[in-house]
Design a protein around this ligand. Structure first.
Ligand code: BTN
Length: 252
Protein backbone atom coordinates (compact mmCIF):
# COMPACT_ATOMS: atom_id res chain seq x y z
CA UNK A 1 0.00 0.00 0.00
CA UNK A 2 1.51 3.25 -1.21
CA UNK A 3 0.03 5.40 1.57
CA UNK A 4 0.84 6.71 5.04
CA UNK A 5 -2.50 6.05 6.68
CA UNK A 6 -5.43 5.53 4.25
CA UNK A 7 -5.91 1.78 3.79
CA UNK A 8 -3.20 0.82 6.28
CA UNK A 9 -5.85 -0.89 8.41
CA UNK A 10 -8.25 -2.93 6.25
CA UNK A 11 -11.23 -4.80 7.63
CA UNK A 12 -12.29 -7.31 4.98
CA UNK A 13 -15.71 -8.95 5.21
CA UNK A 14 -16.85 -11.50 2.60
CA UNK A 15 -20.43 -10.29 3.13
CA UNK A 16 -21.99 -7.40 5.01
CA UNK A 17 -25.22 -5.39 4.88
CA UNK A 18 -23.37 -2.18 3.98
CA UNK A 19 -19.74 -1.21 4.53
CA UNK A 20 -20.91 2.27 5.59
CA UNK A 21 -23.30 0.86 8.22
CA UNK A 22 -20.65 -1.57 9.45
CA UNK A 23 -18.08 1.23 9.77
CA UNK A 24 -20.59 3.42 11.59
CA UNK A 25 -21.46 0.68 14.12
CA UNK A 26 -17.81 -0.18 14.62
CA UNK A 27 -16.97 3.43 15.41
CA UNK A 28 -19.50 3.37 18.26
CA UNK A 29 -17.53 0.66 20.03
CA UNK A 30 -13.91 0.79 18.85
CA UNK A 31 -11.32 3.53 18.45
CA UNK A 32 -10.06 2.90 14.92
CA UNK A 33 -7.03 4.54 13.33
CA UNK A 34 -7.81 7.28 10.83
CA UNK A 35 -7.84 5.94 7.27
CA UNK A 36 -9.24 2.53 8.27
CA UNK A 37 -11.07 0.81 5.41
CA UNK A 38 -14.03 -1.56 5.50
CA UNK A 39 -14.08 -3.62 2.31
CA UNK A 40 -16.42 -6.35 1.10
CA UNK A 41 -17.17 -8.47 -1.96
CA UNK A 42 -20.92 -8.52 -1.29
CA UNK A 43 -23.30 -6.02 0.29
CA UNK A 44 -26.78 -7.31 1.08
CA UNK A 45 -28.14 -3.78 1.68
CA UNK A 46 -25.75 -1.45 -0.11
CA UNK A 47 -26.85 2.14 0.47
CA UNK A 48 -27.04 4.78 -2.24
CA UNK A 49 -27.62 8.52 -2.07
CA UNK A 50 -30.91 9.91 -0.75
CA UNK A 51 -32.11 6.59 0.67
CA UNK A 52 -31.69 4.62 -2.56
CA UNK A 53 -30.30 1.09 -2.83
CA UNK A 54 -26.83 0.47 -4.31
CA UNK A 55 -26.85 -2.75 -6.35
CA UNK A 56 -23.54 -4.36 -7.23
CA UNK A 57 -22.76 -7.80 -8.61
CA UNK A 58 -20.97 -10.00 -6.03
CA UNK A 59 -17.16 -9.86 -6.27
CA UNK A 60 -17.20 -7.90 -9.55
CA UNK A 61 -16.89 -4.39 -8.15
CA UNK A 62 -15.16 -2.39 -5.46
CA UNK A 63 -17.32 -1.63 -2.40
CA UNK A 64 -15.53 0.03 0.47
CA UNK A 65 -15.77 2.68 3.15
CA UNK A 66 -12.97 4.86 4.44
CA UNK A 67 -13.06 6.34 7.94
CA UNK A 68 -11.65 9.83 8.41
CA UNK A 69 -11.68 12.28 11.32
CA UNK A 70 -11.72 15.73 9.66
CA UNK A 71 -12.19 17.73 12.87
CA UNK A 72 -10.06 20.50 11.35
CA UNK A 73 -12.73 21.21 8.71
CA UNK A 74 -15.29 23.95 9.33
CA UNK A 75 -18.83 22.63 8.92
CA UNK A 76 -19.59 25.09 6.12
CA UNK A 77 -16.71 23.54 4.17
CA UNK A 78 -17.90 19.95 4.43
CA UNK A 79 -18.64 19.79 0.70
CA UNK A 80 -14.86 19.54 0.20
CA UNK A 81 -15.20 15.97 1.48
CA UNK A 82 -17.46 15.31 -1.52
CA UNK A 83 -14.96 16.91 -3.83
CA UNK A 84 -11.93 14.99 -2.59
CA UNK A 85 -13.82 11.66 -2.68
CA UNK A 86 -15.04 12.31 -6.21
CA UNK A 87 -11.55 13.34 -7.31
CA UNK A 88 -10.03 10.21 -5.75
CA UNK A 89 -12.53 7.99 -7.53
CA UNK A 90 -12.07 9.94 -10.78
CA UNK A 91 -8.27 9.62 -10.67
CA UNK A 92 -8.53 5.91 -9.83
CA UNK A 93 -10.73 5.21 -12.84
CA UNK A 94 -8.46 7.37 -15.01
CA UNK A 95 -5.48 5.28 -13.92
CA UNK A 96 -7.13 2.12 -15.29
CA UNK A 97 -8.24 3.70 -18.58
CA UNK A 98 -6.48 5.44 -21.37
CA UNK A 99 -7.76 8.91 -20.51
CA UNK A 100 -7.36 10.36 -23.97
CA UNK A 101 -9.78 7.76 -25.30
CA UNK A 102 -12.46 8.13 -22.62
CA UNK A 103 -14.30 11.06 -21.21
CA UNK A 104 -14.13 10.68 -17.42
CA UNK A 105 -16.14 13.31 -15.57
CA UNK A 106 -17.54 14.11 -12.14
CA UNK A 107 -21.28 14.65 -12.30
CA UNK A 108 -22.03 16.98 -9.42
CA UNK A 109 -21.81 16.29 -6.58
CA UNK A 110 -19.86 13.05 -6.75
CA UNK A 111 -20.88 10.52 -9.40
CA UNK A 112 -18.15 9.50 -11.80
CA UNK A 113 -19.14 9.06 -15.43
CA UNK A 114 -17.22 7.35 -18.19
CA UNK A 115 -18.55 8.56 -21.55
CA UNK A 116 -21.68 9.87 -19.78
CA UNK A 117 -22.43 6.60 -17.98
CA UNK A 118 -22.07 6.11 -14.24
CA UNK A 119 -19.08 4.04 -13.14
CA UNK A 120 -18.86 5.10 -9.49
CA UNK A 121 -21.13 6.34 -6.71
CA UNK A 122 -20.24 7.81 -3.35
CA UNK A 123 -22.16 8.03 -0.09
CA UNK A 124 -20.68 10.19 2.67
CA UNK A 125 -22.00 9.98 6.21
CA UNK A 126 -20.70 12.49 8.75
CA UNK A 127 -20.95 12.46 12.53
CA UNK A 128 -21.14 15.99 13.88
CA UNK A 129 -20.37 16.64 17.53
CA UNK A 130 -20.27 20.16 19.03
CA UNK A 131 -20.16 21.71 15.56
CA UNK A 132 -17.19 19.63 14.34
CA UNK A 133 -17.04 16.65 11.97
CA UNK A 134 -15.76 14.07 14.42
CA UNK A 135 -16.10 11.16 11.98
CA UNK A 136 -16.63 10.89 8.25
CA UNK A 137 -17.45 7.65 6.50
CA UNK A 138 -16.76 7.83 2.78
CA UNK A 139 -18.47 4.91 1.05
CA UNK A 140 -17.28 4.36 -2.50
CA UNK A 141 -18.52 1.91 -5.09
CA UNK A 142 -16.57 1.55 -8.35
CA UNK A 143 -17.88 -0.68 -11.12
CA UNK A 144 -14.85 -2.71 -12.13
CA UNK A 145 -15.81 -5.94 -13.91
CA UNK A 146 -19.62 -5.97 -14.03
CA UNK A 147 -20.87 -6.32 -17.61
CA UNK A 148 -24.65 -6.24 -17.25
CA UNK A 149 -26.58 -3.42 -15.60
CA UNK A 150 -30.26 -2.69 -15.12
CA UNK A 151 -31.35 -0.90 -18.29
CA UNK A 152 -33.05 1.79 -16.13
CA UNK A 153 -29.62 3.01 -15.08
CA UNK A 154 -27.06 4.56 -17.36
CA UNK A 155 -24.24 2.56 -15.82
CA UNK A 156 -20.95 1.17 -16.98
CA UNK A 157 -17.78 -0.40 -15.63
CA UNK A 158 -14.05 -0.29 -16.32
CA UNK A 159 -14.29 -3.70 -18.03
CA UNK A 160 -17.29 -2.71 -20.11
CA UNK A 161 -15.40 0.18 -21.69
CA UNK A 162 -11.90 -1.30 -21.92
CA UNK A 163 -12.72 -4.97 -22.46
CA UNK A 164 -10.11 -5.71 -19.81
CA UNK A 165 -10.61 -7.53 -16.51
CA UNK A 166 -8.94 -6.02 -13.42
CA UNK A 167 -8.60 -7.50 -9.96
CA UNK A 168 -10.73 -5.53 -7.51
CA UNK A 169 -7.84 -5.91 -5.05
CA UNK A 170 -5.69 -3.91 -7.53
CA UNK A 171 -8.14 -1.02 -7.59
CA UNK A 172 -8.47 -0.64 -3.81
CA UNK A 173 -4.88 0.57 -3.08
CA UNK A 174 -5.04 2.99 -6.03
CA UNK A 175 -8.21 4.53 -4.58
CA UNK A 176 -6.59 4.77 -1.13
CA UNK A 177 -3.55 6.49 -2.64
CA UNK A 178 -5.63 9.14 -4.43
CA UNK A 179 -7.92 9.70 -1.46
CA UNK A 180 -4.96 10.24 0.85
CA UNK A 181 -3.41 12.66 -1.66
CA UNK A 182 -6.52 14.85 -1.78
CA UNK A 183 -7.26 14.53 1.96
CA UNK A 184 -3.77 15.79 2.74
CA UNK A 185 -4.38 18.74 0.39
CA UNK A 186 -7.52 19.49 2.40
CA UNK A 187 -5.66 19.15 5.71
CA UNK A 188 -3.12 21.67 4.40
CA UNK A 189 -6.04 23.94 3.49
CA UNK A 190 -5.10 23.82 -0.19
CA UNK A 191 -8.74 24.22 -1.16
CA UNK A 192 -7.93 26.27 -4.26
CA UNK A 193 -6.10 23.32 -5.83
CA UNK A 194 -8.93 20.94 -4.89
CA UNK A 195 -11.48 23.30 -6.41
CA UNK A 196 -9.40 23.70 -9.58
CA UNK A 197 -9.01 19.93 -10.04
CA UNK A 198 -12.71 19.42 -9.36
CA UNK A 199 -13.79 22.03 -11.90
CA UNK A 200 -11.41 20.50 -14.44
CA UNK A 201 -13.36 17.26 -14.26
CA UNK A 202 -16.80 18.86 -14.01
CA UNK A 203 -19.43 17.16 -16.18
CA UNK A 204 -21.45 19.34 -18.59
CA UNK A 205 -19.77 22.63 -17.63
CA UNK A 206 -21.43 25.39 -19.73
CA UNK A 207 -23.77 22.86 -21.38
CA UNK A 208 -27.54 23.24 -21.53
CA UNK A 209 -29.02 20.21 -19.77
CA UNK A 210 -32.58 19.14 -18.91
CA UNK A 211 -33.22 19.11 -15.16
CA UNK A 212 -36.29 18.03 -13.25
CA UNK A 213 -37.00 20.70 -10.65
CA UNK A 214 -40.22 20.71 -8.62
CA UNK A 215 -41.65 18.08 -11.01
CA UNK A 216 -41.04 20.31 -14.06
CA UNK A 217 -38.45 19.70 -16.76
CA UNK A 218 -36.31 22.75 -17.48
CA UNK A 219 -33.35 23.28 -19.78
CA UNK A 220 -30.65 25.08 -17.81
CA UNK A 221 -27.03 25.98 -18.33
CA UNK A 222 -24.55 24.36 -15.93
CA UNK A 223 -22.40 27.20 -14.61
CA UNK A 224 -20.47 25.39 -11.88
CA UNK A 225 -20.77 25.44 -8.10
CA UNK A 226 -21.22 28.12 -5.47
CA UNK A 227 -18.92 28.83 -2.50
CA UNK A 228 -21.17 26.53 -0.44
CA UNK A 229 -20.73 23.74 -3.00
CA UNK A 230 -24.25 24.04 -4.44
CA UNK A 231 -24.99 23.64 -8.14
CA UNK A 232 -25.31 26.88 -10.13
CA UNK A 233 -27.75 26.69 -13.03
CA UNK A 234 -28.61 29.55 -15.34
CA UNK A 235 -32.01 29.88 -17.01
CA UNK A 236 -32.81 31.33 -20.46
CA UNK A 237 -33.30 34.80 -18.89
CA UNK A 238 -29.80 34.77 -17.46
CA UNK A 239 -31.01 34.24 -13.88
CA UNK A 240 -28.71 31.96 -11.86
CA UNK A 241 -30.29 29.41 -9.51
CA UNK A 242 -28.39 27.76 -6.63
CA UNK A 243 -29.62 24.22 -6.08
CA UNK A 244 -29.10 21.38 -3.65
CA UNK A 245 -28.67 17.79 -4.95
CA UNK A 246 -32.10 16.78 -3.66
CA UNK A 247 -33.82 19.65 -5.53
CA UNK A 248 -32.49 19.07 -9.06
CA UNK A 249 -32.50 15.79 -10.96
CA UNK A 250 -30.24 15.58 -14.02
CA UNK A 251 -31.97 14.30 -17.15
CA UNK A 252 -29.15 13.87 -19.62
C1 BTN B 1 -24.90 6.47 -5.04
O1 BTN B 1 -24.43 6.79 -6.12
O2 BTN B 1 -26.13 6.43 -4.87
C2 BTN B 1 -23.98 6.17 -3.89
C3 BTN B 1 -23.53 4.75 -3.89
C4 BTN B 1 -22.54 4.44 -2.80
C5 BTN B 1 -22.19 2.96 -2.77
C6 BTN B 1 -21.10 2.63 -1.81
S1 BTN B 1 -20.58 0.96 -1.96
C7 BTN B 1 -19.68 1.06 -0.48
C8 BTN B 1 -20.46 1.94 0.47
N1 BTN B 1 -21.38 1.17 1.29
C9 BTN B 1 -22.67 1.45 1.01
O3 BTN B 1 -23.65 0.92 1.56
N2 BTN B 1 -22.72 2.41 0.06
C10 BTN B 1 -21.41 2.85 -0.34
Amino acid sequence: MDTVFVGRNIIFLPEVDSTNSYASNLLKNVKLPEGSVVHTTHQTHGKGQRGSVWMSETASNLSMSVILFPEFLELHNQFYLYQISALASHDTIAEFLNTSQYDIKIKWPNDILINRQKASGILIENTITDGRITACIIGIGINVNQLVFDSNFKATSIKLVTGKQFEVSEVLPVLCKHLEKYYLMLRRNNTEAIQAHYMNCFFAKNDWIDFEIEEKVQKLKVNGISKKGLLLLEDANGKVHELDAKDARWLY
